[in-house]
Ligand binder design. Structure first.
Ligand code: G4P
Length: 529
């Protein structure tokens, strides 16, 4: 094994931030990049040589769209570690995209607004993390504003998320009375500087003289010391319990005031797990692929098309699981499609540069002409297959109607392309020429309409079809499945993989079909195999 293959994966950390909209994810992301030195000014990117462009064209497209529709990756370095932050869209309508992105993360930071605690989207995203037992670090944000008593917040986390909670720090009040945070392990205090300065970093002993000056209010100091004493009663932090997703350490701060952000990065450096072995199937056998295995392997968790309108290229975001990737290498999907990766892209803050080599825990963008799809495993031998990434049964179905019927072929191509990218799902009814589009949230439909117009120049109307819901149908008995498909021709469709989908008027219809056909399974999620 080369030295780099043995050591590089140990220095990678892949994480995502989950939060309810407005809790401060964007602000925290930006200030993490600032605190780590990846960017020097909010919204700007540090130039690191000629090879990098300062502003990416791709970002411009996103800005013009007015909404960040992609989960991109941002890389920064801190204390000799390389962090890959996978950005998950906060809007509820993009939860499918978020689910996929979380399959590529090894750790999550859960951001809570100190005044609001656990909100609906926090809960939803947390449940996705729990499906994979992703370890979670909690960051309670906006301490510069009046908030809920931290003891109550901790009780709420314990209660709603069924997690063991360990405060690693304790805040001295909040809002106008906010004075700073104590590190409960080292007994040091970090005073909250009123001016926005990320540089001022003076931890002082809790029992020293300076703490009295910080407080200038004896009653407040007494209250804080009493609370901090009580906070020590929580159980000790247990790394294994955290790794298994049962325990969350809690940190406090203000992303906007850049306060507590560096400490959060330190916490990630200390606790976020390095890339681990991943279960897979290799040539029919269940195996574990280790980060230090020689063969390059990984999976695609996101595809973004038309980043550059002049070249109808797609970029597949590939999470490496093992091996030593070199630029120009030839990789194969598990279903035998091969491609040479000449222009792999790495993402530094908002900037891109060509990757010469990559290791487990790295995320590289692979430009391709539609070969790669979300959920594809990609390895040197083409024999490694990681567990699929789920598709979710759509909650919204729409029939696509062209303004110019002569463009039907173009529309089909556009819808297929967007479905392959995972923007929306596409169902082709077995009967008739309609194309039915499915989405988990209505914003997905808006983005699709906009993209069909700008990227393909097609005017499309979306109408309500006579169906409201869809389920994938499977059975261990192919004859029974075929009989069902034949009998329900008017309600059957195929998804982009050619798998059968039952389109129903209501959930009641699905229940009825299930009752009548006990040998069939009507599924709300599907994993591509
Ligand atoms: P999101 O990505 O989770 O949706 O949240 P975002 O960072 O956009 O933050 C939402 C709002 O909360 C923003 O205010 C932001 O400035 C504010 N915010 C984030 N962190 C803190 C904090 O630590 N303290 C305080 N007081 N506010 C914070 P906005 O008014 O919606 O936008 P803007 O006009 O300030 O940009």
């Amino acid at each position: 094994m080369s030295k780099a293959l043995a050591t590089e994966p140990r220095t990678r950390r892949v994480f995502a931030i989950i939060s309810h909209p407005d809790a401060g994810k964007t602000t925290l992301t930006e200030n993490m990049l600032l605190a780590s030195g990846a960017i020097h000014q909010a919204g700007k990117v540090a130039a690191r040589g000629e090879a990098r462009r300062t502003q990416s064209d791709w970002m411009k497209i996103e800005q013009e769209r007015g909404i960040s529709v992609s989960s991109s990756v941002m890389t920064f370095e801190h204390k000799g570690l390389t962090f890959n932050l996978l950005d998950t869209p906060g809007h509820e309508d993009f939860s499918e995209d978020t689910y996929r992105t979380l399959t590529a993360a090894d750790c999550a930071v859960m951001v809570l607004d100190v005044a609001k605690g656990i909100e609906p989207q926090t809960l939803k995203l947390f449940e996705v993390c729990r499906l994979r037992d992703i370890p979670i670090i909690t960051f309670i944000n906006k301490l510069d504003r009046e908030g809920v008593d931290p003891f109550d917040l901790i009780a709420e986390i314990e209660d709603k998320l069924a997690l063991d909670v360990v405060p690693m720090q304790w805040p001295a009040a909040s809002g106008r009375r906010f004075r700073g945070i104590a590190d409960l392990r080292t007994n040091q205090f970090l005073a909250f500087a009123k001016q926005d300065s990320g540089e001022d970093h003076h931890w002082t002993p809790m029992d020293g003289n300076s703490i009295g000056q910080t407080f200038d209010d004896d009653a407040l100091l007494e209250e804080f010391q009493m609370e901090a004493e009580l906070a020590r009663e929580y159980p000790d932090f247990n790394e294994q319990s955290f790794r298994e997703g049962h325990m969350t350490p809690v940190y406090f701060g203000s992303a906007l005031r850049k306060f507590g952000v560096l400490e959060l990065i330190d916490a990630l450096a200390e606790f976020a797990p390095m890339p681990q072995a991943e279960p897979a199937v290799k040539a029919g056998q269940d195996v574990e692929i280790k980060p230090t295995d020689k063969e390059v392997s990984g999976f695609v968790f996101k595809v973004q098309a038309n980043m550059d309108l002049n070249h109808r290229d797609r970029v597949a975001f590939y999470r490496m699981v093992s091996g030593e990737f070199k630029r120009g290498m030839k990789l194969k999907t598990a279903d035998g499609k091969g491609l040479s990766v000449h222009n792999p892209v790495m993402f530094f803050a908002q900037d891109r540069e060509l990757a010469q080599e990559a290791y487990a825990g790295d995320v590289i963008g692979i430009p391709n002409h539609g070969v790669l799809r979300v959920g594809d495993s990609l390895s040197e031998s083409g024999k490694i297959k990681f567990a699929g990434i789920p598709n979710f049964a759509p909650e919204i179905l729409r029939r696509a109607r062209l303004e110019d019927p002569l463009k039907a072929k173009h529309l089909r191509k556009a819808l297929e392309s967007l479905a392959e990218e995972g923007v929306t799902q596409l169902f082709k009814p077995n009967f008739g020429a309609d194309m039915i589009v499915g989405a988990v949230g209505s914003l997905q439909i808006d983005v699709m309409r906009e993209r069909i117009k700008t990227e393909y120049g097609l005017g499309v109307q979306f109408e309500s079809p006579p169906f409201q819901t869809a389920r994938w149908v499977t059975s261990d008995d192919p004859a029974k499945l075929k009989a069902f498909v034949d009998k329900n021709m008017m309600n059957m469709a195929e998804d982009i993989d050619g798998d059968p989908v039952f389109l129903a008027k209501s959930a009641w219809d699905i229940g009825y079909a299930q009752e009548k056909n006990p040998h069939l399974r009507f599924l709300t999620t599907k994993e591509r195999r």
